[in-house]
Design a protein around this ligand. Structure first.
Ligand code: HEM
Length: 196
């Protein structure tokens, strides 16, 4: 059981961050908007902590789009992929627009069948809240500390958004992005224990 918890919790979380980062480098508008929110709530002379999450609605909206997965070990597999892309369910489903999660309150932990990154019902992911917090923490820190862009000469439409088949959906081509520090205080880049 412990091994299950470790293995199911790791890939899913890291992959969610990678997909979210891919969208954030492809859509500088969203990246900038999230950085403005981080700057206004955290400022530039400290690092984010988990207690900041409640004041960071846009970060959590970005996480809701990034947390995307395929149900594991099911005999009957619900096609959550198709539901999330169904124009009868979502307006412009393929447009990356985290704002849709601010315009109405949408539960992503199994309560709303329009988006089921963690499954639903009896076998729903028990690590959902931890997963959301981990992804929010990683994206928040990555975006607060660095400006992200595509490698020289790469255009947003060149990023390969192809999914590799499997139980968890890796990016077929791992994301390549260039990080530029954006905070002035050098010590904020040191590894420090973060207050919870
Ligand atoms: C963003 C991160 C995560 C995503 C997208 C995710 C997604 C999922 C999905 C789709 C399922 C299958 C639900 C079903 O069968 O209907 C699942 C099951 C599970 N997840 Fe997660 N998960 C994440 C993070 C975590 C974390 C952090 C942990 C543990 C610390 C975890 C532990 C588990 C376990 C133990 C199961 C099996 C539950 C069962 O079969 O009864 N997950 N997860």
């Amino acid at each position: 059981l412990l091994w299950d918890i470790i293995t199911t919790g790791m890939d899913t979380t890291v992959i969610s961050v990678e997909w979210a980062m891919a969208e954030l480098v492809r859509y500088p508008r969203v990246q900038k908007k999230l950085q403005e929110e981080l700057d206004s709530v955290i400022g530039r002379d400290r690092v984010m902590s988990e207690t900041d999450f409640q004041k960071l609605p846009y970060l959590l909206a970005v996480v809701k789009v990034g947390a995307y997965n395929i149900p594991k070990g099911a005999d009957v597999t619900v096609n959550v992929w198709a539901i999330a892309r169904n124009p009868d369910v979502w307006s412009n489903p393929l447009e990356y627009r985290p704002e849709r999660f601010l315009e109405e309150s949408i539960d992503i932990k199994g309560g709303d069948f329009r988006v089921l990154p963690f499954g639903a019902g009896r076998r729903v992911c028990p690590g959902a809240q931890l997963g959301i917090n981990l992804v929010a923490s990683m994206i928040g820190h990555l975006l607060h500390h660095f400006e992200w862009s595509l490698p020289e000469g790469t255009m947003p439409e060149d990023v390969d958004m192809m999914e590799s088949p499997g139980i968890v959906t890796f990016m077929s081509t791992p994301l390549q992005a260039v990080a530029k520090p954006r905070l002035d205080k050098e010590e904020l880049y040191n590894r420090v224990p973060v207050e919870m």
